[in-house]
Design a protein around this ligand. Structure first.
Ligand SMILES: [Zn+2]
Length: 156
């Protein structure tokens, strides 16, 4: 499987393509239903969430990865995740991986928001959809890269 640096480079390349595609779709306002939802705000939210996930929410949180270490002392919040999910098990499943990571993040983020006096349900739906989409795409790119590279290696 690709190492952390390779994953980050692949993820960056995909982000550039994805944001370019979204910006292009946003210009086709009449043509597509999704275009009405795309604006600078949602695309920026998508891109920032994608970057955050690339560096902090990689499916390799199931091992002592760079994503895991970047949490610093807060890595304790991902310790149960690391212990529960065997490497490249659930965390590298196309559906269960992103779902379990986003749910673990929600378990961390909701108390933080409440402590900061923000009601999670008061967050705009556009923001949440764009953020989750960005994070999920980043994880999917990671999982697909892992499978793809393993497939190539397996062929030789
Ligand atoms: Zn991986």
């Amino acid at each position: 499987m690709p190492d952390g640096k390779t994953h980050e480079m692949i993820n960056m390349a995909v982000l550039i393509v994805a944001v370019s595609g979204l910006l292009y779709l946003a210009t086709l306002k009449e043509a597509l239903l999704i275009a009405g939802y795309l604006n600078t705000y949602t695309i920026m939210t998508f891109a920032v969430a994608y970057l955050f996930a690339t560096f902090f929410l990689s499916p390799d949180l199931d091992i002592e990865s760079s994503s895991y270490k970047r949490w610093g002392i807060f890595r304790i919040l991902w310790w149960p995740y690391k212990v529960i999910f065997k490497h490249r098990g659930f965390s590298h499943n196309l559906i269960l991986g992103p779902l379990s990571i986003v749910m673990n993040l929600a378990l961390i983020a909701i108390p933080v928001l409440l402590l900061a006096g923000v009601q999670p349900q008061s967050l705009p739906p556009d923001f949440i959809i764009a953020a989750v989409a960005g994070m999920v795409l980043s994880m999917e790119v990671h999982i697909i890269s892992d499978n793809f590279i393993s497939g190539i290696k397996g062929a030789f």
